[in-house]
Design a protein around this ligand. Structure first.
Ligand code: HEM
Ligand code: HEM
Length: 192
């Protein structure tokens, strides 16, 4: 190879094969935030009566949910301007399509799930005071019918998201352990 060809070859960047630190940071910060908000949501609603602890946990759940929403907005904006690495070589086309579909749905749900929780709170007539410091706007007029509808929507979208996350995580583990194509290591670099 003459020197011009060498220069041309090195000027063409090879496609990245793993996620960047920013992508990994967003992924796990939001994933663990959602696990915590989901667990807290189930726990707080299982407490009988109207105790001070229950009220405190409802507030924590809302603050955590609002924080997840803010992170999700940043993540989607960041992702819109930064491509993901290509799927592992030899991945069947249907699997690549299924993974991309699941990722799009998850991006949508990490935005919509907190929004339904927030709107439910407004419709139920309970303002959200973020971290106990800032009263966020009441975006929906209090109404029993709207509140009931938003509550069911919040709950069912949560279970839909949980089902997709389970399949998503199992698929990642199957690729890592059975196919041994390093898919999970792309998001968990210490595995490589
Ligand atoms: C990604 C973020 C969120 C997740 C994963 C999440 C998850 C959950 C879960 C699992 C429940 C219990 C559902 C059940 O009864 O089976 C719940 C309930 C609830 N969530 Fe969220 N939530 C999120 C964000 C929010 C936000 C931002 C708000 C409000 C600002 C909110 C307000 C509520 C309220 C008020 C309930 C109680 C519903 C009831 O009275 O039964 N959530 N959430
Ligand atoms: C609430 C929990 C989770 C959410 C919302 C979520 C969401 C996402 C999204 C949106 C992507 C696509 C990233 C992109 O290409 O822009 C992704 C990728 C990925 N996630 Fe998750 N995830 C969650 C939990 C998990 C768990 C528990 C695991 C593993 C056990 C996991 C493993 C992975 C892996 C390996 C990738 C990269 C897939 C590839 O290389 O094509 N995720 N996740």
């Amino acid at each position: 190879m003459n020197s011009t060809k060498v220069l041309q070859a090195s000027a063409t960047p090879a496609p990245a094969t793993r996620y960047t630190a920013t992508a990994i940071g967003f992924h796990w910060l939001i994933a663990f935030g959602i696990f915590a908000a989901f667990g807290l949501g189930l726990y707080m609603t299982s407490i009988h009566g109207f105790t001070p602890t229950k009220l405190k946990l409802f507030s924590w759940h809302k603050w955590l949910g609002v924080t997840i929403f803010a992170l999700a907005v940043l993540r989607v904006l960041w992702r819109a301007t930064h491509a993901a690495p290509p799927v592992a070589a030899n991945t069947p086309a249907w699997q690549a399509r299924a993974a991309a579909g699941a990722h799009h749905l998850l991006y949508l749900l990490i935005l919509v799930v907190p929004v339904t929780g927030y709107l439910y709170s407004c419709a139920a007539g309970v303002p959200v005071v973020y971290l106990g410091l800032w009263k966020l706007p009441m975006l929906v007029e209090p109404s029993e019918t709207t509140a009931a509808l938003l509550k069911v929507t919040h709950i069912w979208l949560n279970y839909t998201m949980a089902a997709i996350v389970v399949v998503h995580a199992l698929a990642a583990i199957k690729h890592q352990v059975i196919d041994r194509d390093g898919t999970l290591a792309r998001m968990l670099p210490f595995l490589r």
